[in-house]
Write a protein that binds this ligand. Structure first.
Ligand SMILES: [Zn+2]
Ligand SMILES: [Zn+2]
Ligand SMILES: [Zn+2]
Ligand SMILES: [Zn+2]
Ligand SMILES: [Zn+2]
Length: 316
């Protein structure tokens, strides 16, 4: 269920609860799938939800920390949150939690060896050795890790990646997961929430980029000619985003010389550039992710971009 929807439901049942008893049972099931921020917000809704959040183990088996909580999460707070799972933590998703250190992570792992999903992208306080240590611990456990996301951890080298892959491969369920592996497209990757990425059938998010040889996320391309190359085991444009720019809307590769200007400074391929609506003043489009940069212009059809809007304010 969409989080916005569940929140709406929550407020609704809150309004009703003063007249019609406790919130709908389905709401309690949703708790286990909410990111931390939404989970904590839910506990504000009414007493029965607060009790469910505070006293049940279930909502705490999957700890998902995203913005805006990411930047505030320290080792101590993480430890407190993780301890609510009583050692049964299954999912640990820490998106861009820069304050978390190797020791902080290790303490949580030591107490929760059943974690099967560890997503720590952009946790810049962690080191490759810290991640390896965590994985070593998790690989001792029966089920082992099924999903590991580490993009954005600094100084990750080929030899670190090999160690990580070694620990992941001690997990016997791995081969069958990799068979269902879907192409990883740039625009999907940017939009999918981290904890749904295993829908792509991948265990680890990074690999060695065939072009630059760095440990990075490597994207497939939806262009027909690039797909054909891939089927014939040619590298084609299969590279990291630093080696080849990709369209924000459709994920196709874009040659450096073909870059068209956009309002939001994101890259678009020529096809998407032509199709998207454009600013009445500067005639630049912006990607659908940044639709908030489009300001409806009074008295005419279409919109002007926030950049042109700010400029026109200066003239007045
Ligand atoms: Zn590269
Ligand atoms: Zn495109
Ligand atoms: Zn391509
Ligand atoms: Zn404009
Ligand atoms: Zn954009």
């Amino acid at each position: 269920m969409e989080i916005a929807k569940s929140m709406e439901l929550a407020t609704l049942s809150h309004k009703q609860s003063s007249f019609a008893g406790p919130p709908h049972e389905a709401l309690f099931l949703v708790l286990a799938y909410l990111p931390l921020f939404e989970l904590l917000s839910m506990s504000e809704v009414c007493r029965s939800l607060r009790d469910a959040v505070e006293k049940d183990v279930l909502p705490w088996l999957n700890v998902i920390v995203e913005r805006p909580l990411s930047l505030r999460l320290s080792d101590e707070i993480l430890m407190k949150i993780a301890s609510k799972a009583n050692g049964r933590l299954r999912t640990l998703v820490l998106m861009y939690c820069a304050k978390i250190t190797d020791d902080g992570l290790q303490r949580v792992i030591d107490q929760n060896p059943l974690i099967s999903k560890l997503h720590i992208p952009g946790c810049t306080g962690l080191t490759p050795d810290g991640v390896i240590r965590a994985l070593q611990k998790l690989s001792d456990c029966q089920d082992g890790l099924k999903s590991l996301w580490i993009n954005g951890i600094a100084n990750m080298k080929k030899e670190h990646l090999e160690r990580l892959q070694f620990y992941l491969q001690t997990n016997q369920k791995l081969p069958q997961i990799q068979q269902t592996r879907q192409p990883l497209l740039y625009h999907n990757y940017r939009r999918l929430r981290a904890y749904r990425w295993e829908e792509l059938g991948r265990v680890i998010d990074v690999e060695l980029c065939p072009k630059c040889n760095e440990v990075r996320v490597v994207f497939d391309c939806p262009r027909e000619e690039c797909k054909r190359k891939r089927e014939n085991s040619m590298t084609g444009c299969r590279m990291c985003m630093f080696c080849i720019p990709r369209c924000e809307e459709c994920g196709k590769c874009v040659e450096n010389g073909d870059l068209e200007e956009t309002v939001c400074a994101d890259t678009l391929c020529l096809d998407c550039w032509i199709q998207l609506p454009k600013c009445n003043f500067c005639n630049k489009p912006c990607c659908t992710q940044h639709a908030n940069m489009q300001i409806a212009s009074t008295g005419s059809i279409g919109w002007i971009c926030s950049v042109c809007h700010d400029k026109s304010d200066d003239f007045e």
